[in-house]
Every structure is written in C-alpha cells, then in structure tokens.
Design a protein around this ligand. Structure first.
Ligand code: ZN
Length: 274
C-alpha cells in the first residue's frame, strides 16, 4: 500500500486512541499524544495534510475503509473506478458523499458475520450485547488470555469470523496504549469490524487480570464498525462513569452466573447509556 495511505491510517488510529484516552484517562499523556499526531502529520505531503486537516476540523473520523464497495463511514456506494483507484493506492481517493479519505479495506482481518441486529425496542447495553455474550468467571490471568476467552465467545455466537484475528488485532491496539482504566475496567477493542453493528462481549474475573501491570476485574471487548467510532468514545465514557463507584464494581464482580451478570451490567449502565 502507498506509504501516505499507511500514514493516514496510522494517524487516524492515533487520533481515536488519544480521544479514547481522553474519555477514560487522567489527561497526563495528552501532550505526548498530540506531539505524536503532529509528527505523523508532518510526514504527509501538502495535499494529504490539507485534506486531512479540513476533514479533521469537522469530525475526528477522517479516514475510512471501503467495505463491499461502500464507504465504511457513511455507507454510500463508492464507484467501481474509485474502488480500483483506492486499491492501487497511487493517489488519494475521497468519498463523494462524506468527503473522507478512502482506502481499500480488503486486507482487514476481522468482519462481523451476524450482520445488523434488530435494535427496535432495545435500550442501553442491550443494543450491542446480550446474555449470550457475557462471562461471569474469566479464567485467564493476563490480557491476551482474557481477550481470547471473550473472542471465542463472540465466534461461538457467530458474531465474528475469527477469534484468533480478534486477539491479534486487539493486542496490537493494546501495544500502542493499554485500555485498562483506573476503575478496574479494561476496554480492549478492534476497530474497522464491518458487516454489522457495534458488538460487545463482557467478562468478569473473580481474581483479577494482569492488564499490562494494572489489575482489572471487568472487561468490555468491543467490535467497532468505523461508522460508530465517535459513538464508541461516548460508550467508553458512559461505562467508565457507571463503574466509578466501588460498590457497583463489587456487585458486578460477584455475579454468580450469566443471567445475574447480564442483569447487573445492564442495570448499572442504564442511566449513563441512554
Ligand atoms: Zn463516505
């Protein structure tokens, strides 16, 4: 792939990681992230930098993959000639509808095989998860194991096509910045999982998991389509707020079975997850 498109993808991911950190972190590392973002921008040619900056002013999702010949951000069909051009990667191709910079997403490694879930009448966490996607007693002691258990659950329930690829992609994201928060919750995720909606598996460890040096007990593993990247930031903020009370965390961690855990997680995130 064209080096500039790679830089744009990297830049996009870093912007969203910084925004995620802003939602859940203490703000100490914002300057560091902003410096890294500026450094990446300086590697772009003048045309790409101008287009990126213009899009970024409007929305922090400025770069999107093409999935099934559609822009992953706005859903509009991309003309075949432009799909081909994006694949060749010699010049920048923008979506005719939303203006975002497009890249060929053929090589993306995870897709949602369930398709869109009917959300009618559903509220809160129910829109993205279910009693089938919770684990009240994760066995893993480290993050790669915990992500693996939850990814297997997503695969067993036909939500994704490959648990192994989810683990690899989620761990690559963890390497850039750990998704553990100060509130005993970790938010591992894979972005660019197209074909369905935001899909989330929730796990609890009774003994705690070593999340890159920090101990966490509650894990939300999310599969994020590009179009809901902005919503996912609000989701993280809302869940972090829901779990800031130690007594709520204790109740959830003590859940005895799937039904109990599902009921508790739904109940305690309902106020924030409108
Ligand atoms: Zn678009």
């Amino acid at each position: 792939m064209n080096e500039e498109i790679s830089t744009l993808k990297e830049l996009q991911e870093l912007v969203l990681i910084r925004d995620e950190y802003f939602q859940t972190g203490d703000g100490d590392r914002m300057d560091e992230f902003n410096a890294k973002i500026e450094n990446l921008k300086s590697k772009l040619g003048p045309q790409a930098r101008t287009i990126f900056n213009r899009l970024y002013q409007r929305n922090h999702v400025a770069v999107a993959g093409i999935t099934n010949n559609c822009c992953a951000a706005c859903g509009m069909t991309v003309p075949v000639a432009n799909v081909q051009m994006a694949r060749v990667g010699e010049r920048i191709v923008c979506c005719a509808s939303c203006g975002r910079i497009l890249y060929a997403a053929d090589e993306e490694t995870v897709s949602n095989v369930k398709g869109k879930v009917d959300q009618d009448g559903k509220v809160g966490l129910e829109r993205f998860s279910s009693v089938k996607l919770v684990m009240p007693d994760l066995k893993a002691k480290d993050r790669v194991g915990a992500i693996g258990e939850l990814a297997e659950l997503l695969e067993t329930n036909d939500c994704i096509d490959s648990a192994d690829n989810v683990v690899a992609a989620a761990m690559a994201r963890e390497e850039i910045l750990s998704t553990a928060t100060d509130n005993d919750v970790a938010f591992p995720h894979v972005r660019g999982v197209e074909g369905g909606g935001l899909t989330i598996a929730v796990g609890v460890s009774k003994k705690g998991i070593d999340w890159g040096g920090v101990k966490v007990h509650i894990v939300f593993l999310s599969m994020i389509p590009v179009a809901v990247s902005a919503y996912y930031l609000r989701f993280m903020g809302a869940v972090t707020k829901s779990f800031c009370k130690p007594n709520v965390r204790e109740l959830v961690i003590a859940a005895q079975d799937e039904a109990n855990l599902w009921r508790l997680v739904q109940k305690h995130t309902r106020t924030e997850l409108k």
